[in-house]
Design a protein around this ligand. Structure first.
Ligand code: 3EB
Length: 353
């Protein structure tokens, strides 16, 4: 396996350090997502950044997940999307206030309309910039499990997202982007995405039914995401693993048991990594060489989740823990990961707090 190059690098920065970097030019930053609770808007001129209201569960008060690239990068703004692009990669983000969404009386839920409009704007931008495919979407909005308009808000989101894929002639099965969709504490619909000119491959998990084929008990439209996306950029294989939960087949397992759910998430991630390695001989992805982001429904579960993660993967692990609502009410934890790019420094992973 080639050592990760400078084509893509992930780092977690305290806000003050990011702002200092941005003031000094930060030519290699593509942008990213800052997590706080309560939320504080972060403005770094030219840098696409989301400020998401999610509490960090250990260490810092606030952290920014920042993606870096190389070469000449240029920033722009299009249809409410802030973006920054280079030769190979484009990172963009947007926030939509669903309360301001104009929907005819009795028509679809505002979140559905906001989601469709957001995704259509993303696809328009990508078409205009010559970036074919999205590698990864990060979706955050409040009240994921709340019902309005006779529908859980996560299901409203799924309808709007799928409509946008269809209206732009994009497939809603097979090579769809990797993604996650988590409940923030407050704010609008917030979407960040990483796109490439090259076509990625969607990876599925043999232990799970593809999400885009979920039966309709999980909502009128299936979620449009693949379990992971894999792309070769500049001779390097990059892997983006979607939010991964304690789901086998299409069913939630271990309701009420956060430790067992964490282990099931990790078995699923291990299966996705094995599948990615099978599809790309020589890539050699390993659980110990990924950067993890862990979303936990109840903050007091962080100690258990962290212990299970370290037991499964071995210390030290690069992991960040956030308080978030997961998109099925019975899911207590969701874990995402990525690899093949340069990783943040390994976080302290001793006996735990
Ligand atoms: C699941 O596997 C858990 O709707 O974009 C994970 C990753 C989940 C992405 C999404 C949802 C999404 O169904 C939930």
């Amino acid at each position: 396996m080639k050592p990760p190059g400078d084509l893509l690098r992930l780092d977690y920065q305290p806000v003050s350090r990011l702002l200092r970097q941005a003031r000094d030019g930060a030519p290699s930053a593509l942008g990213g997502v800052c997590f706080f609770h309560p939320v504080i808007p972060v403005e770094a001129a030219g840098l696409p950044l989301l400020s998401v209201d999610m509490a960090l569960l250990e260490g810092e008060e606030a952290l920014c997940e920042v993606w870096y690239s190389q070469g000449v990068l240029e920033s722009g703004c299009h249809n409410g999307i802030r973006y920054r692009e280079g030769e190979t990669l484009l990172l963009g983000c947007l926030t939509r206030n669903e309360a301001a969404e104009v929907t005819p009386l009795g028509a679809c839920a505002p979140l559905q309309a906001a989601t469709q409009a957001a995704y259509e704007a993303v696809f328009e931008l990508l078409e205009s910039r010559g970036f074919k495919a999205v590698l990864r979407f990060w979706n955050y909005f409040p009240g994921v499990n709340r019902v309005s308009h006779n529908l859980e808000r996560y299901h409203q989101f799924n309808i709007g997202r799928q409509n946008a894929f269809l209206s732009h002639g994009r497939s809603v099965i097979d090579n769809v982007p990797a993604a996650c969709a988590l409940g923030s504490t407050d704010g609008g619909l917030q979407v960040a995405f990483l796109a490439a000119r090259a076509e990625p491959v969607g990876i599925e998990n043999p232990r799970q039914i593809s999400a885009y084929h979920y039966p309709d008990q999980y909502g009128p439209r299936s979620p449009t995401f693949s379990r992971a996306s894999l792309v070769n950029l500049g001779g390097r294989d990059l892997l983006f693993i979607s939010g991964t939960a304690s789901i086998v087949g299409h069913q939630t397992l271990h309701a009420g048991d956060v430790r067992a759910q964490t282990r099931e998430c990790l078995h699923n991630i291990a299966a996705v990594v094995a599948e990615a390695n099978r599809r790309t001989p020589g890539a050699g992805f390993q659980l110990g060489n990924l950067a993890y982001k862990v979303y936990i429904r109840y903050r007091e579960d962080v100690v258990s989740v962290r212990q299970e993660l370290i037991q499964f993967i071995g210390a030290p692990v690069s992991a960040v823990f956030l308080r978030a609502d997961v998109c099925r009410a019975d899911l207590l934890v969701e874990i995402e990961a990525s690899g093949g790019h340069a990783l943040p420094p390994l976080l302290k992973s001793g006996a735990g707090p």
